[in-house]
Design a protein around this ligand. Sequence first.
Ligand code: SF4
Ligand code: SF4
Length: 212
Amino acid sequence: MALLMRHAATSSSTRSRCFIPSSSLRATAPLVILLRMPILENIAAIAKGMSITFKEMLQPTVVENYPDGPGPLKGAKFQERFRGVHVLQRDENGLEKCVACFLCAAACPSNCIYIEAAENTAAHRVSGAERYAKVYNIDYNRCIFCGYCVEACPTDAITHGHGFEIATFNASALVYRKEQMLAAAPAHMGANAVFNQDAVSTGAPALPGQGS
Ligand code: SF4
Ligand code: SF4
C-alpha cells in the first residue's frame, strides 16, 4: 500500500513538472505532422543549402592567378597531399630506393607501370639491394593518380610529387621514363645543389670540391 501511495505521489509530481496544456498539444499536432512530411523536409534542406550559397556570395572572391602568379608554381596552390607526377626517391647515399620488386606494377589498376630489372654489381651499383630498375616507365595516358603504387612500395621508392603540368598534344610524350621522375642526387654527390638544400644547410658541400 505504501509503495502504491509513493508511486502515486511520484507520478503526480512528474505530471506537475511536465505539464503541457492539452489545448497547446492540439494546436501543435498538425504542425508536427506537416514537418514530418518529406516535401517539407526537402524544402527545409534546399533552404539550408541556399542559405550557405547566399552566405558565400557575400564573401570576398579568391582567385588563383595561375599561370600568371608569382613563384615557381606560377600562382597555383596545392595541399600537401596532392598527388602529382611521381618521384622516384633516392636514399641518403644517393642510391635509388627502387629495388625492382614489381609490387607497384602489380598493384596498379591501370596497368601503366613498366619495369625492367637488372642486377647491381660491385662496379655498377645503382640501388642498395640486389636489383635495381633499369627501366621504369609510367604511362600518364592511363595513370589515374590513385596512389596504389605508392602504398604498395616496400621501400618508399615511389612517391607522388606536385608536378601537374603534363598536358600535351603528343600522347607518346606522356610515357615518362625513370630519368624524368628520378629525384636528383644529393648535392654532396655532385649532381644537384638544389635537391639537397637541407643536406647543404647541415654541412654537406654544395658542389664537389667545395667544403672540407
Ligand atoms: S597512381 Fe595508380 S594508376 Fe597511377 S601508376 Fe600509381 S597505381 Fe597506377
Ligand atoms: S617502386 Fe617500389 S614497389 Fe615499385 S618496383 Fe620499385 S621498390 Fe618495388
